[in-house]
Design a protein around this ligand. Structure first.
Ligand code: CTP
Length: 400
């Protein structure tokens, strides 16, 4: 669940701050990209260098600095986050956020985010039980903030009671529950193409291919589950769509082209899983072609390469292609990434058992524009679809 997620870890000034290094490491092991924001007090307990080394990302400590990832650092971080974890969260940070005080990078970032915020509390037992702190916690819960309660035990201050930072696995499990609720594609538009195209020869015959549309429909479904506004442009298939997907049915490559071009500018992610016919009959007879003595030749003309056209128009969109091949799979697929200006391509060898048209599973390799590859094991088409969308989400964040 953490795969591809941006977690902002806020660290405030309590003795449990040293445990944040372990949290970062566990988050990374689960696949998250972690960005640490430290208060001044936190730096008394653990150094930015430690966290930078473990997170493999810059550590953010100052509101005003020349070395920024974005123009307005707190807004950039706030927007980037899938989830905030504040661990340890002291009485001070709880009080400040409850009162709307934003006087450093961490508090301004928490105020500016729309992502869920999870406070893992750690403080002296008497501070924790102080009615002001308890009231602040209750108020924040009512406002939609989340909490991991401290654990009982011997506290660093010598007291015994409730105040120790919760076990990291407890914090991570609670964070994971929140991530499942979060839909990373909320407000995003995803365009998927699926199925074959059918190129008519006459009113009863056409040229097509074996695509069933299963993979494309699964991608559209997964994008919808992750919160996207999904448009699916599909050739003729027997697949049913989920309510909530805008389905545009087409027959020919030319119709698919028109539908896709119309939607493209508004899209954040485009996945072209359709098996588009590269050629169409040059002439389509108005009446059924009657058989004649001898052989028949059909003259074909080239269809537009829709994906190639999208690659030319691409601005910030994440553009994903498919390559179903029967030999030299990775070589041909990598050539298509370059030729069509893709962010990545989903390559599969349709001769392999468990891959390709019609079946329930697929075995694919993702090939990225920078030449990196990611081979996925044999998985159901739904699982493969989810991986494909998650990779696109990662690239989307990267482009912003
Ligand atoms: N594609 C497209 N328009 C076409 C042909 C293909 O948009 N006229 C897209 C497909 O949807 C797929 C990608 O391009 O995402 C690769 O399609 P594929 O048929 O594997 O490759 P082609 O570019 O057609 O090359 P070839 O048939 O020679 O392998």
């Amino acid at each position: 669940m953490y795969e591809g997620k941006n977690i902002i870890l806020g660290i405030t000034g309590g003795i449990a701050a040293y445990k944040s290094a372990d949290l970062v490491s566990r988050l990374k092991k689960r696949g998250a990209d972690v960005f640490c924001v430290m208060t001044d007090a936190a730096q008394e307990f653990i150094t930015p260098l430690t966290l930078r080394t473990i997170s493999n990302n810059p550590v953010f400590i100052k509101m005003f600095t020349e070395k920024c990832l974005t123009n307005v650092e707190h807004i950039g971080l706030a927007d980037r986050a899938d989830l905030f974890i504040i661990a340890p969260a002291t009485a001070n940070i709880i009080g400040k956020i409850n009162c709307g005080i934003a006087d450093d990078l961490l508090t301004t970032t928490i105020m500016a985010t729309k992502a869920p915020v999870l406070f893992a509390l750690a403080m002296n037992v008497n501070m924790y039980l102080n009615p002001i702190v308890q009231e602040n916690i209750e108020n924040l819960k009512r406002k939609g903030y989340y909490f991991v309660e401290p654990e009982e035990g011997i506290l660093a201050c010598g007291y015994e009671g409730k105040g120790r930072l919760a076990n990291p696995e407890v914090i991570l499990d609670r964070a994971e529950e929140l991530l499942i609720k979060v839909k990373p594609l909320n407000g995003r538009k995803v365009l998927v193409t699926a199925g074959p195209t059918c190129e008519p020869l006459d009113p009863v015959r056409y040229i097509t291919n074996h695509s069933t549309g299963k993979m494309g429909f699964a991608i559209a479904r997964q994008a919808l589950l992750l919160g996207a506004d999904v448009t699916l442009v599909s050739g003729p298939t027997n697949q049913g769509t989920s309510k909530g997907i805008k389905l545009i049915r087409i027959q020919t490559a030319l119709q698919m082209r028109d539908a896709v071009i119309e939607e493209f500018a508004e899209c954040d992610i485009v996945v072209k899983a359709a098996a588009v016919a590269d050629y169409r009959p040059k002439y389509t007879a108005n009446d059924k072609i009657k058989k004649q003595p001898g052989d028949l030749s059909i003259e074909l003309e080239r269809n537009p390469d829709i994906l190639f056209e999208l690659g030319k128009k691409k601005v910030n969109q994440v553009l994903v292609g498919f390559a179903a091949e029967t030999k030299d799979v990775l070589k041909y697929a990598a050539e298509k990434v370059k030729a069509k200006n893709l962010d990545y391509i989903v390559a599969n060898d349709i001769t392999q058992p468990g891959a390709g048209f019609g079946g329930e599973t697929n075995i694919v390799t993702l090939i990225f524009a920078d030449g990196k590859t990611k081979a996925l094991p044999q998985m159901s088409k739904e699982e493969t679809a989810r991986e494909i969308i998650i990779e696109a989400i990662k690239l989307l964040h990267f482009k912003e």
